[in-house]
Design a protein around this ligand. Sequence first.
Ligand code: FAD
Length: 399
Amino acid sequence: MADETIGIVGAGIVGLATGREIALRRPGTRVVVLEKEQQVSLHQTDHNSGVVHAGIYYTPGSRKADLTVRGVSLLREYCQDRRLPYREIGKLVIAVRQDELGRMENLYERAKNNHVPDLRRVSQDEIKELEPHAGGIAALHSPRTAITDYPAIAREFAKDITDAGGEVRLGFPVTGITNVPGGIEVDSGQQRLKVDRLILCAGLQSDSVARLAQDKQAPKIIPFRGEYKLLKPERTHLVRGLIYPVPDPRYPFLGVHFTPRVDGTVEVGPNAVLALAREGYQLTKVSPKDLLGLAAYPGSWRMAAQHWRTGVKEYRGSLSTAAFMKDAGLYVPGVGAKDVVRGGAGVRAQALDRDGTLVDDFRIHQVGRITAVRNAPSPAATASMAIAEHIVGAVFGEA
Ligand SMILES: Cc1cc2nc3c(=O)[nH]c(=O)nc-3n(C[C@H](O)[C@H](O)[C@H](O)COP(=O)(O)OP(=O)(O)OC[C@H]3O[C@@H](n4cnc5c(N)ncnc54)[C@H](O)[C@@H]3O)c2cc1C
């Protein structure tokens, strides 16, 4: 089927990786990525922790587990090839209490099933060798966990698309999607484009864009703000690699962690508080439309009934640096509110089912000629190139 036009909504890392995969794998196919902003990757891709996750946490056999492990090797090779930052600084997942040891062991088993390379259990003494300033009673060490620069990777993907003859059309907010004879018409109010197939990779807007395409309402996107503190420059020497807690298995978030960035700064965070706007990078940004949408969805109330206690704790941390840093101080004892300054914030697009379940796995499905990515939370940046392979396989019926 030569000379098809494939439209992609969203120039975040998932949409761009997908556009690149099509442009390179299917010469003759015209790729047009449609992005509402004036730059690529302005949302989740530009506001994340920059970690290349090795695959420790994910249910074996899930799409997340498979695509993350595959995604790491594709991303490492790509970064090496393009001379983009990729540093295997390693990660400790530290247990600070006896009652976390069982959960840590479960994680170890999961990680082994997911073939996370070189992962091992380490003792209290070994924690000190790896991270002289860290606390904890036991840990898992993943030496191959890396950090990178996702916005730079996204820009490089965009360049690959245009170099291959495709297009990244900025300032095109998709407001209408209509099935027409022989294709799909995509509308921005001011511009219109006819495509043969459409792939939706709209991140925080993935449910509303999917509804334009007559896809079902659920799952709905719940925006979770993740706020960061920055270690003061004179304290960054306290952390060598990535330091994470043992996560609470009830949530898809990993807990506040210490994250060295490729620019030499060290972040502490992110927490997870319900955002009052989908693109609410400032705490004060409120979107009545987004809030009404949340209130009208039965899943929101079911989630609130189940998790309100955790929500209150997270809000406390959001309002008080001392509360935010209390847990962080368990992992690097002595580090507290005096050692940090306010950092940035990101908003996670987390899908929620009608029954109040936070959707854990990546969710991607077809609606006729349209492929909708309905849940691509962390580690979708890590997995982006593998997600792209998966989507292209599904769209073109390849294995
Ligand atoms: C705080 C935080 C920390 C994270 N840490 C990590 C990490 O360390 N490692 C990791 O692998 N992942 C991490 N993630 C997750 C990762 O950032 C995301 O999974 C990934 O960026 C998703 O990419 P995306 O392309 O789906 O979404 P996005 O990057 O959000 O891109 C979606 C794009 O769609 C565009 N769009 C939306 N609606 C329309 C419309 N109607 N018309 C046109 N364009 C539209 C948006 O403007 C946007 O550019 C983190 C996320 C957050 C928020």
